[in-house]
Design a protein around this ligand. Sequence first.
Ligand code: FEO
Length: 404
Amino acid sequence: MGPQEIKPGIYWVGVVDWNLRNFHGYSQTYQGTTYNAYLVLDEKITLFDTVAWKYREEFMCQIAQVVEPEKIDQIVVHHVEPDHAGSLPYVVDRTRPRTIYASKMGEKFLRGRFSCQNWPLETVANGQQISLGKRSAQFAETRMLHWPDSMVSFIPEEKLLISQDAFGQNIASSERFDDWISWPELKREMAHYFANIILPYSDRVPKALEAIQSLGWDIQMIAPDHGLILQSHVADAVAAYQEFAAQKPEKKAVVFYDTMWQSTEKMAEALASGLTAQGVSVKLYHLKSWHHSDVMAQVWNAAAVVAGSPTHNNNVMPLVADMLTYMQGLRPKNKLGLAFGSYGWSGESPDIISRWLEQIGVEQPLDPFGVKHVPGHDTYRELVRTAESLAGHIEDKVRQARTG
Ligand code: FEO
């Protein structure tokens, strides 16, 4: 995709990674992604971010279609993660900018990752403004969204926020703006991104939004570093981020499991059936069919996680351990939980899962449920009753969240 003018004199010069299916090595992407970078033509020609190393040459071609790369005066580095700063040494070598701006932490990260002793680095503070010529750029630190170095830029004359990872979505497309797809689809992609990348730092989101509000920025366009640029859904996107960060529980349960000879699968189906009968919306995931990032994309607003594994070599099945490890790192909040699983003789798995859920901070109102060999009709009924009991706790939790 060639460069695109998103505002008079401001160009998207990013690249589209159509075939990416594994984002950062841990999150599934189905629609690829983009690495967005923006070039502002003003008295000082300013580049905001670069792209992943593998696209460095394509990136230079993008820039060259707008301006001779050697004319770039300054580069703003919002975030040093390789998907945005990977090409930076290559770009610096070819453009020789007069100044490279980064946050204080960004400068440390740049020095840690690159041989940049001779780069003209300058740190900028929260609220600091630099001149681009007729326009200016003001910075706000957004620590941990998604790394400690992260910051965003606002160009007040254009009412344009360049938001780096925040508000990003993994969508590869020839389109650049959010009016290309429906808001529900866009929100779903934003939620998938948030749940897998930003969820552990949810507490930082309201603070970052407040900090931006306190700077008095009148934002009419949000240009993230991944996916589509927001112009029709700016307010919706800000509200969605507040919603994702709050992780308010809905009457919804995510049931995930692995199974060896289908006994644990039968248990999962019985529990899902009991929950559904009580009006709880259920997402049922056999982990051999679903990636852990798809499960997490549903966990953020679920009131309950229900996790099952057969006992395998006195432990849980590897995919269940993977899911629980992944979830533990992402630290979801406001969850109820239930552990379950079948076994042939020793039967440790439900207790192992239960302890894991406890470490994640998941409240478990019911005892772990183990079944020896194969669940029969009586066990099936007992599982349904257990699920109905869990549904009652879910109802209470949702009510408390709404009234609290
Ligand atoms: Fe898109 Fe945190 O890098």
